[in-house]
Design a protein around this ligand. Sequence first.
Ligand code: SF4
Length: 591
Amino acid sequence: MAGDHVKTIRSIAEKYKKDPARLMDVLLDIKKELGYFSEDTIGAIAEAMNMPRVKVRDTLSFYAFFPREKTGEHEVLISKSVVEWMKGGEELVKAFEKELGVSCGETTKDDKVSLGFAECIGMSDQAPSAIVDGVPVGNLTPGDAKKVIEAAKKGNVSDLPGAKVAANLKKEGPVIFAPMDNGAALDAAIKMSPDDVIAEVEKSGLRGRGGAGFPTGRKWKFCRMNKSDVRYVVCNADEGEPGTFKDRVILSEKPDLLFEGMTVAGYALDAKEGILYLRGEYAYMKPALDKVLEERRKNNLLGAGIKGKKGFDFDIRIQLGAGAYVCGEESALLESAEGKRGAPRERPPFPVEKGYMDKPTSVNNVETLCAAARVMEKGADWFSAIGTKDSAGTKLISVSGDCKEPGVYEIDYGTTVADFLKLCGAEKTKAVQIGGPSGRLIAPKDFKGTISFEQFPTGGSLIVFDESRDILEYMRQFMDFFTEESCGWCAPCRTGTSLLLVEFEKVLDGRGTQADLDNLKKLGELVKTMSRCGLGQTAANPILTSMESFPELYKAIIKPDEYIGRFEFDKAVKAGEEMAGRKSELEEAHS
Ligand code: SF4
């Protein structure tokens, strides 16, 4: 390996004080410098970090953004999600493949451009989209492929019209998007004791906005109850659920509110350090966010003695992810933030007992922390008066698919799906996917239901399908997504998601029977109950909820037979003949 490469690796390792917990940062910096990770590079990293080579390889191999093969000077990653496909993503892929003369996953012969896929990049409101040399570019058409490649080669991707990421904030509510003076929530918090801050958040009824809805005040209380000299506040900004992009809008429009919420949590938990875990697909936001943090330090809103209060010391750093959906699960996120593979942990112990670096840690969602800041500023009673009894406050919805006004809406909890569809200009709606692939598919008969923890909870993704859509094909794509993203740690999820996909495809091919549907249900329930983390526990939802909401679609495609085998002998023989370039003896004997 070239001496200057070794020097680069050593100086990056020094920059992070050879701390194994900062391995992700080390790898991200090295990727920027060297582009990919050869065996020699892995060896040099291990040496520079004083770590076993196997540990470096273990982390590297987990993340989509750490290539092991040489890539091109420029990189085009096309966002691959259901909404992207609904809006012409497939045609976009073909246009890039034609323009570059390579297939997705390959690099041009002159080593100039690599073409690949990224899972949903948080631009479903501007689909189809791609990340080009780290810059997100939206509203692409097949005709743009040439322009995009030229811009990459000239180094001016940021000048492309689609590179100006629109906030698409369509409705501002009273909690997240109302104006607030920086420091107002902190002023209110420091007038109270940390225990009283927690009590106020508990009283407000604020529940985690990630979808599960655990009461935030209770989480903070549990975290504080665990005796420790060190506690951490971690913000989960790894929104990877296809169709979700609300954190993107908060991070670009309201970063101060988020950092204020994290700092309030720091005060309540007596934590000194906060970590914003930012998904790798949003790396382009990091410089602007770092600037906001710097500004807050200057204004005594971060650092030592915040707001002049002795002993109130708290600071925040940003940890980038590297393209792994499962890191949205809080324990996987913590593993990743510690520089390891993002494999979910066995629970208990929960992060409030043993979280980041085995210390009590509160992991909260971006929107939750913003709402917590607002509870401090305006009081628990003000907050709990919005929404419904069990779902206090507002909810951010990122809507995409078949509607006239895709974007982010801040609505009161308790809004019906029907009213929301009117708001975003959806017409002739056949189905709505609430909460991304791990959520549920609902039919028009359910549109009178409300967006709330009581009825239809959601982390924030809502995808609209109109009457023209082949819904089951999109459910197939969701299942494909889960097989790709399963971390492989536990067998029910690792093999279960693949088995579900194979069985489901058989039904979609028109070769399924009622027995296959019964099997799919059984298998789906098994994967749900036996899997270790939320990914596996919800992976069968596209099949199970579409069966529940649209039984007629399945009835229309199944055969009346009792049993049809999965293996298709004729198809297999034909494929073999094509590969061998001759007819099989069997066929010749019959011809
Ligand atoms: Fe990994 Fe899936 Fe098991 Fe979760 S359920 S730990 S994603 S294999």
